[in-house]
Write a protein that binds this ligand. Structure first.
Ligand code: TPP
Ligand code: MG
Length: 326
């Protein structure tokens, strides 16, 4: 590596993860359109700086929970993209044995408690984990990623309330991309809005430009340090944009091309790259991490194509049946 500051070296590592996420998401979209993936795929392209900036401040023992747009969160927390691609393809050696698919990737070995197809329900899981951390007196934090659409769902309100009442070590990360599927969230959010909603439960934090990796990283560092020190729940409100439609089934005809183009100019990867170049990182170094990410995901795609499907008998394992009659 060329001689650069410690911060530039850290940011270069984060850029690497952002590229892996982007390549993964583009490949996942191609895989869906080619018929290799059942259900639908919600791509995280454009939002990478949030998952990466937050997870860079977490330890392997910390927990995250996620939503339907969870691939980026999983990769940022350390999940293996090859296992994840196999999971999307429903293969036996996928992250969850091929039984979860895109919206239910979980990997407890790295503290990834699960993506979740039910809007806002991931928050309840993180709060439950944070409650366990507190009861067991562990030195851990839990983070939950959710979209601006979750702001109007009851489970999130219950999560805010419970987290505050019990002063739990949990960071609520709202990824404000302006839309809940085809609906503009500002049009359907009553009261003072997305930040006031958390504040009404006594939970405060920071609002950041979610496409600015350095800003997300710095805010997450401050908030997570406060939580670790016993400060209780905090809120990170990050504004961003998804480049693709809501999911691979969506035509996306409720957004103008002009709006999409304007946001693409604020692309978090391009901005991070520009910052690194200004810090003296060589272009070749950046190109090489980009190429490595592409090659990794190409390998993941090829591996997923030839991986075995689960045996039919696997349908009867991993089913939660605690205490049911024999
Ligand atoms: C309880 C519930 N209601 C509706 C849906 C259908 N649905 C899936 S994603 C989504 C929009 C979510 O928007 P947001 O939380 O802002 O996340 P984004 O997709 O923008 O990342 C909706 C309405 C659902 N999955 N769960
Ligand atoms: Mg949204």
């Amino acid at each position: 590596m060329s001689r650069v500051s410690n911060q530039a070296a850290r940011v270069l590592g984060m850029l690497r993860t952002m590229h892996v996420i982007r390549e993964f998401e583009e490949a996942a979209g191609r895989a869906w359109h080619a018929g290799h993936v059942r259900g639908s795929v919600h791509q995280y392209v454009g939002q990478e700086a949030i998952a990466v900036g937050v997870c860079a401040n977490l330890r392997p023992t910390d927990y995250i929970s996620s939503n339907h747009r969870g691939h980026g969160h999983s990769i940022a927390k350390g999940a293996d993209p090859v296992g994840m691609m196999k999971e999307l393809f429903g293969r036996a050696d996928g992250t969850c044995g091929g039984k979860g698919g895109s919206m239910h990737i979980a990997d407890f070995s790295i503290g990834m408690l699960g993506a979740n197809g039910v809007v806002a329900d991931g928050a309840t899981i993180a709060v439950g984990a944070a409650q366990a951390i507190k009861i067991l007196r562990q030195d851990r934090v839990a983070v939950t990623f959710f979209g601006d659409g979750a702001i109007n769902r009851g489970p999130l309100m219950e999560s805010f309330n419970w987290a505050k009442i019990y002063n739990l070590p949990v960071l609520f990360v709202c990824e404000h991309n302006g839309y809940a599927a085809t609906t503009r969230t500002a049009d359907v959010t009553a009261g003072e809005g997305f930040v006031a909603r958390a504040r009404s439960f006594g939970i405060d934090g920071e609002s950041v430009d979610g496409n600015d990796l350095l800003a997300v990283d710095a805010a997450a560092e401050r908030l997570i340090a406060r939580i670790r020190a016993g400060g209780g729940p905090a809120y990170l409100f990050a504004t961003t944009y998804r480049h693709h439609p809501h999911n691979t089934r969506d035509t996306g005809n409720y957004r103008t091309q002009d709006e999409i183009d304007r946001w693409k100019q604020k692309d978090p990867i391009a901005r991070t790259t520009a910052w690194l170049l200004s810090q003296g990182v060589a272009q070749e170094e950046i190109t090489s991490i980009e190429n490595e990410a592409r090659a990794l995901i190409e390998r993941a795609f090829e591996a997923a194509l030839v991986a075995p499907l689960p045996s039919p008998s696997a349908a009867y394992t991993d089913v939660q049946d605690v205490g049911a009659p024999q």
